[in-house]
Design a protein around this ligand. Sequence first.
Ligand code: NAD
Length: 557
Amino acid sequence: MTSSPVDGGLNPHGGPTFPWGHTLLTNSLLNKGTAFTERERDALGLRGLLPPRVFTLKEQLGRAYGNFLRKSDPLEKYIFLTTLQNRNETLFYKLVQEHAEEMIPIIYTPTVGQACLEYGAIFRRPRGIFISIRERGRIAEIFRHWPHPDVRMIVVTDGERILGLGDLGALGMGIPVGKLSLYTACAGLHPYYCLPITLDVGTDNTKLHEDPLYIGLYQKRVRGPEYDAFLQEFVEAVQQAYPKALLQWEDFGNTNAFRLLRQYRDKICSFNDDIQGTASVALAGILAGLRLVGGRLRDQKLLFLGAGEAGTGIADLFVAAVQQEGLSEAEARQHCWFVDSQGLVVRNRPGRLADHKAPYAHVHPPLATLAEAVETLRPTALIGVSGQARAFTREIVSRMSSFNQRPIIFALSNPTSKAECTAEDAYLWTEGRAIVASGSPFPPVTLGGRTFVPGQGNNVYIFPGVGLGALVCESTQITDGMFLTAAKALAALVSDEDLVLGRVYPALSKIREVSVKIATAVADEAYHAGLARRPYPADLEADIRSRMFVPAYRDYV
Ligand code: NAD
């Protein structure tokens, strides 16, 4: 990343085109608001456009946090933060960084789910790029409209499977916007490099066709060859306009997600966070949990509820990790079982099984329900990735604790309303013996005088670090090996104190440190795999740290 914002030079807008006067106040990357100094006010045409008193960033931060606290409703907090982000990104990121545990659930899950549902109603100003299927043939032209030429990180969705909420069409833009905010807040990727994109190919959510505030196309989803040609044009235009960009596929429906990843992962540096990022964070939780359970991965038997992107992604990475413990791929797959909407996934099930499920369709008589599968298979871990609220019933969870001293219960479905069980229930129904992780945050639980802090298996522990690591070394690819490396690095950061509290992830307040360690491990992996385009620095971790965006004001004159 030479001659770029992270190299410590003046911002990329420096030089003769530096915005002046009122325009500067509307540039969120450069705006300092009331913190412009007396000299800057004179030199940059700001005199009179601001109240006379000059504030420090710290003072502005106090005011912004006070205003944040005044909002009682999470969606109101989301709107407040979005507005701040659009006005002054330095202040926004400083605020998010200082209060990470409080703010991340607002700018991302669970609140972002509500924000997406209401994106049309709360819409104020656009962020990122919207490309509709009607603009086929014009994608390169659209990229020329984006003000920053050196984009390095793109998060793109077509809105078909937003969190566990289903098809939200163009309303899904909240997700790429939120994820990129996390890249900056959690891994120090300069916001200048980040580009959120929504591909609007229509929506099959017919309620949206009747919503007068819907911001996307009123039409059914385009599928088949026309969709594929649109995606191909998109990828080629990205390669042309932003040759160093990493492309993150986000919240595509699973019929497209697996296909797109397979088709493009070797052609453009890209990954799918729902599949690979989720896998890595879940595996990290299991690895950390093993320090309480005892034994190795190969001693575990995982039963998944939900056989989609998240579930089979986790299983694939688990299989890769178990292979490193000496089992063959076929043997390792026998440790992962799936229940989907039609019951246990088995070899002789009638009808065609989706490609991603086929490797886990074991020879076994059919079983209709999760309860039956638990009873018959006696798994050590139950992983919920089905979007089915409260599917882990008292009966099922208690049964898990009857044949496991420390059952692993991960209810990963988002948002909170879709979780397969609450953390409180999981602890209550297992007399506090369960090792718990959830997709959305749950508050601490006190039981029998002990307080448990449930771990949040949030992808934010993984993807910002993986992205940063790949970008700093300019890796040409993101491999599964990098996600395995990231999972191990994350598990190693879980302290004994975390485990005493029942937490299989580090505190979110440590997220920047976590991202640095993961980025270092991932970049090192890229160097060893021969994928890096930059020379290995003298001190990789120090090099990464020096490239991270720090939200602080610089003097412009
Ligand atoms: P997906 O659409 O690819 O898969 C959903 C799966 O659930 C499908 O296999 C479907 O058959 C199954 N399913 C649906 N109804 C079911 C039922 N009644 N019983 C059993 N299975 C049923 O979605 P995905 O990307 O795999 O995501 C699934 C859930 O996992 C979502 O709620 C998502 O928010 C959550 N998730 C959490 C994390 C995290 O915590 N870090 C990350 C990614 C996804």
